[in-house]
Design a protein around this ligand. Structure first.
Ligand SMILES: [Zn+2]
Ligand SMILES: [Zn+2]
Length: 386
């Protein structure tokens, strides 16, 4: 079967302008796209044909060769002659599949309302990296929430070239190694593998005239001050995502995200478990025995009161409801648990000693069992002496 004329394939007149060729190709590509023509081998063949035609006619050099020699320009034997680089313009199959990815690009651009724009810089843009920032805060700040200003070492879009990477607004050129595909194909045994193009790092474009401020990267290193709201209730390991606050994209691509990893410092009074707080509070021996109320510090900076029942032992736990940490998601707060630490009095005055001695004597009378225990100990020691 004779090869159809490329202009005819795209439905445009011979000598059509680059714009007309592109429009003709897009029309055909949409009409014949495999997504819309499932199980239609004829459409598939025409789709390949349109891609092949466009691959040649969109390229000024290939188009000139085609206009002069027709299909013969791309047949194997012509490759080495005529001073054209790379032994012709590639085998049919290779051309097809690279053109295929181009179609997706094109259609994607259409469906997205031409988002990639005519600026030239947008097309091969790549997204910036995500950044991680470790933030250490106090328990009090985790309780109340806090606004912090952080300095993020980051790269931002270069203002000299508007992120395009080219000096003076000149257009980046299509990468000669990969013809703008961003990928190169290599044969490995029976398989053809695709690799990121080493010349352009997958961008598909090279900067002929790099911007002096950013050396063609389209972005520059800069420290940014950023206000961050840390919500109440965060704990160690909480991650806060700030969309679009990460590293700037390459050549006008979208920025990455910034993740703040929270680390809450240990507190000298309070231990935290989830939303509950625990603390040990010293209580005098007399208060523990007699009962009464004690004042305790709370995480909000205020004071709370707890009633101690008479006869409380060391280690007894009391609870102050809703005086713990706020829940990060949802309403409410945890509780605060107070563990009593009964203190043995030290540095007694003579009078205090006297009273305690009296107290002790009375205790023996009150507790005949323990007093008989002590008298048996006393008689044991007496017998040892004797
Ligand atoms: Zn390349
Ligand atoms: Zn620049």
């Amino acid at each position: 079967m004779a090869k159809r004329d490329y202009y005819e394939v795209l439905g445009v007149a011979k000598g059509a302008s680059a714009d007309e060729i592109k429009k003709g190709y897009r029309r055909k590509a949409k009409e014949l796209h495999p997504d819309r023509n499932a199980d239609n081998p004829q459409a598939e063949a025409q789709f390949k044909e349109a891609n092949e035609a466009y691959e040649v006619l969109k390229d000024a050099e290939k188009k000139a060769a085609y206009d002069r020699f027709g299909h013969a320009a791309f047949e194997g034997g012509m490759g080495g002659g005529g001073g054209r680089p790379g032994g012709g313009f590639g085998g049919g199959q290779g051309d097809f599949s690279s053109a295929f990815s181009d179609v997706f690009d094109d259609l994607f651009g259409d469906f997205m309302g031409g988002q990639r724009g005519g600026g030239g810089g947008g097309r091969r843009a790549s997204r910036g990296s995500d950044l991680r920032y470790n933030m250490r805060i106090d328990l009090e700040d985790a309780f109340s929430g806090i606004q912090k200003t952080i300095n993020v070492p980051s790269s931002v879009s270069c203002s000299s070239c508007n992120g395009s990477g080219s000096e003076g607004g000149s257009e980046p050129a299509t990468c000669p190694t990969c013809s703008g595909m961003g990928k190169v194909r290599a044969q490995q045994g029976f398989f053809t593998v695709e690799r990121t193009c080493p010349t352009c790092s997958g961008l598909g474009q090279i900067i002929k005239n790099p911007c002096k401020s950013c050396q063609g990267a389209g972005r520059v290193e800069k420290e940014r001050a950023l206000n961050v709201n840390i919500p109440a209730g965060v704990e160690t390991g909480t991650r806060i995502r700030l969309g679009g606050e990460g590293e700037a994209g390459m050549r006008g691509g979208p920025a990455g995200d910034l993740y703040i990893f929270i680390d809450v410092a240990d507190h000298e009074l309070f231990q935290r478990e989830g939303t509950n707080l625990y603390c040990r509070v010293p209580v005098s021996m007399a208060k523990a025995a007699l009962g009464g109320s004690i004042e305790v510090p709370t995480i909000d900076g205020g004071r709370g009161r707890v009633q101690i029942p008479a006869g409380s032992q060391s280690g007894r736990q009391m609870r102050l409801r809703s005086k713990g940490m706020p829940a990060l998601r949802g309403a409410g707060s945890g509780d605060m648990f107070i563990e009593l630490a009964v203190e043995t009095p030290v540095n007694l005055t003579a009078r205090q000693k006297e009273i305690l001695q009296e107290f002790d004597d009375l205790s023996e009378d009150n507790n005949p069992e323990s007093s008989s225990f002590f008298s048996s100990v006393k008689s044991f020691w007496d017998s040892m002496k004797g």
